[in-house]
Design a binder for this molecule. Structure first.
Ligand SMILES: Nc1ncnc2c1ncn2[C@@H]1O[C@H](COP(=O)(O)OP(=O)(O)OP(=O)(O)O)[C@@H](O)[C@H]1O
Ligand SMILES: [Mg+2]
Length: 215
């Protein structure tokens, strides 16, 4: 990958993080500050109500803390080193199910050599983005993710039975996720294809292992 492409990718990721923080934490803090104003207003006349509002505010603070922890956790490059390859996917699966109770999520993940320090984390982040897209855009009932490793090639398939991606939307300006996936795959000398119809989307990725690249 060229230096300029790396810079563009970094900028795109920064933008995504900024947007995520803006849409979650900042919005929550605004609500919290309004709630505290309400408490100040009521504190002398209606103690019961201000106690109630304080309890709600405390709960909101706790939610913000766990939300921030999640964001920090996801940003850390060493998540796989910390909790392990399979556990990272289990955590992602639990999170998807926790936020979307009706969704059916199936992960079938083979082991991947982590010694180059980049392939495994890239695959993990690609799967995260693929799943986020499914949740955000597809109305799917199920997500099916497989990572298969035959020693020569790692094949990643992210499948959903949602509405499909509209042709003109793919690689649209200001939408970075798919671009980010393709750039990561390119950087690993792999190939990515998107097969999408009104009955769902397949994102198929093939990445050569270190052994295959060296041949
Ligand atoms: N699995 C999917 N099913 C249906 N539509 C999808 C799916 N994945 C992506 N899309 C469509 O493709 C568009 C581009 O996706 P992309 O991930 O690049 O951007 P985004 O999710 O809109 O924004 P960002 O990822 O930058 O936060 C989405 O806006 C959505 O319309
Ligand atoms: Mg996206």
């Amino acid at each position: 990958m060229e230096k300029k492409e790396i810079l563009l990718l970094q900028e795109a990721e920064r933008k995504r993080i900024a947007e995520e923080l803006h849409n979650t934490t900042v919005q929550d803090m605004i609500c919290l500050s309004q709630q505290l104003e309400l408490i100040l207003l009521y504190i002398d006349q209606d103690v019961t109500r201000s106690k109630l509002e304080t309890a709600v505010a405390r709960k909101r603070i706790k939610d913000i803390i766990s939300e921030m922890r999640e964001t920090i956790y996801d940003l850390r490059p060493m998540i796989i080193d910390d909790i392990g390859w399979q556990a990272s996917f289990e955590r992602l699966r639990d999170k998807l199910l926790c936020d979307n109770a009706d969704l059916c999520v199936r992960f079938d993940i083979d082991a991947v050599d982590q010694s180059d320090g980049i392939t495994a984390i890239s695959i993990y982040r690609i799967v995260c983005e693929g799943c986020q897209n499914i949740i955000k855009h597809s109305n799917a009932e199920y997500i099916d993710v497989s990572v298969k490793n035959d020693g020569r090639f790692i094949k990643v398939c992210i499948h959903d039975n949602g509405d499909g991606i509209e042709d003109e939307i793919v690689f649209h300006k200001n939408h970075f996720g798919l671009q980010f996936m393709r750039e990561r795959v390119d950087a690993l000398s792999g190939k990515m294809e998107i097969v999408s119809s009104a009955s769902g989307t397949f994102i198929n990725i093939v990445i050569p292992t270190e052994r295959e690249v060296l041949k």
